[in-house]
Design a protein around this ligand. Structure first.
Ligand SMILES: [Zn+2]
Length: 360
């Protein structure tokens, strides 16, 4: 039953993941986030399951919840893989180890945020903090409009945002929103002022599991951008050889973030750096973000803005809070069997393609 791969909350997702991993006799390890608890008082952990020969020269990594609430989707894909014996057999026969990293940002997964315990967007947090951080003047101009004093935003607010888009262009708006920023800790797409716990832990995992390998592939599962149910294959590495390899593995529809047709922009400090930097000795590294569409981009942005407003307004009444949390969930997880089915079908193909790419 493919539906049962998907959970209704973080605790449930973790249980399903650990149970499926134990049944496959995976090597298991849990990293406890020392900061705070989940929404029901539960521990927040990043759980690691490794399947296959410990000394495999090739490893495929599959990660969920880099962006908290997006974990409902990624966790479902991981559980589906652990229950997919033919696919696991294929990996084992090809000599490819499988490393599943469940709930990179368990805090956001549990509490229903995209960001972590410090409102850090992990996919903007893997920058070099010893160097000056990248500026995002568009965001600074947009911030007071994006997180306004009153919610829902009034017509003047909407008009001001439209005026910004008219003046600076749609691409400037997208860059302002999505590229990341380091100056507004309560704002959107905040990259932080130092490496978060998840960042340091993920790096530790990559160091431990990357040692001595010849090839590594990584599929990082996200939601919220693009047409509903469609998995956009986003390439964020810089090299032409890597791009050619990603397209050879996953198909000509792999799009680079530098391509204007991509749903995203060239963001700074993505999680990819964990592998590129910590596994720099591995001769071949191939990464893809698999980004599943949910609802139209306007709704996703509105849900994200609302979540930030809500975080700054603890006095909001219960009905408002509930409605806004539901809108946020819907922006990152479409609760229908058609969507879940489409997700798993595409994720299975990408995993199979990666296994074949890693073994060829
Ligand atoms: Zn994401």
């Amino acid at each position: 039953m493919y539906q049962s791969c998907f959970a209704h909350n973080y605790v449930n997702a973790r249980e399903r993941f650990l149970e499926a991993a134990r049944l496959q006799e995976c090597q298991l390890q849990s990293f406890l986030n020392p900061v705070g608890k989940g929404i029901d008082g539960e521990d927040l952990t990043m759980d690691i399951a490794y399947y296959g020969d410990a000394a495999a020269t090739s490893v495929l990594v599959l990660t969920s919840a880099m962006h908290g609430e997006e974990g409902f989707c990624g966790s479902g894909c991981q559980v589906a893989l652990l229950r997919d014996q033919p696919l696991l057999d294929e990996a084992r026969q090809a000599g490819v180890g499988i490393l599943l990293i469940h709930a990179v940002n368990a805090y956001g997964f549990s509490w229903g945020h995209r960001t972590n315990e410090d409102n850090i967007d992990l996919n903007r947090n893997f920058c070099n903090f010893e160097q000056p951080l990248r500026d995002n003047p568009y965001y600074q101009a947009l911030h007071p409009l994006l997180v306004p004093a009153v919610w829902p935003p009034d017509p003047d607010n909407e008009a001001a945002i439209q005026a910004f888009i008219r003046q600076e262009g749609m691409q400037a708006y997208k860059i302002g929103m999505m590229m990341g920023q380091h100056v507004e800790p309560q704002g959107l797409f905040y990259g932080g002022q130092g490496p978060s716990w998840s960042n340091r832990t993920l790096r530790e995992v990559f160091r431990a599991f990357g040692r001595g390998r010849q090839r590594m592939g990584w599929v990082d599962i996200h939601t919220g951008l693009g047409p509903c149910g469609h998995g956009e294959k986003i390439f964020v590495q810089k090299g032409q050889d890597e791009y050619a390899r990603a397209r050879a593995w996953w198909g000509a529809d792999v799009t680079s973030v530098s391509d204007p047709s991509s749903s995203t922009v060239d963001i700074a400090g993505t999680g990819t750096q964990a592998m590129l930097e910590e596994c720099a000795d591995v001769p071949e590294l191939t990464f893809m973000a698999l980004e599943y569409g949910t609802v139209p981009l306007d709704q996703v942005f509105l849900a994200l803005r609302g979540d930030r407003w809500l975080a700054c307004h603890p006095e909001a009444d219960d009905a408002t809070r509930k409605a806004m949390k539901a809108a946020h969930r819907a922006a990152f997880y479409v609760d229908t069997d058609a969507w879940r089915g489409a997700i798993l079908a595409q994720s299975r193909v990408c995993i199979l393609q990666a296994i074949r790419g890693l073994s060829s």
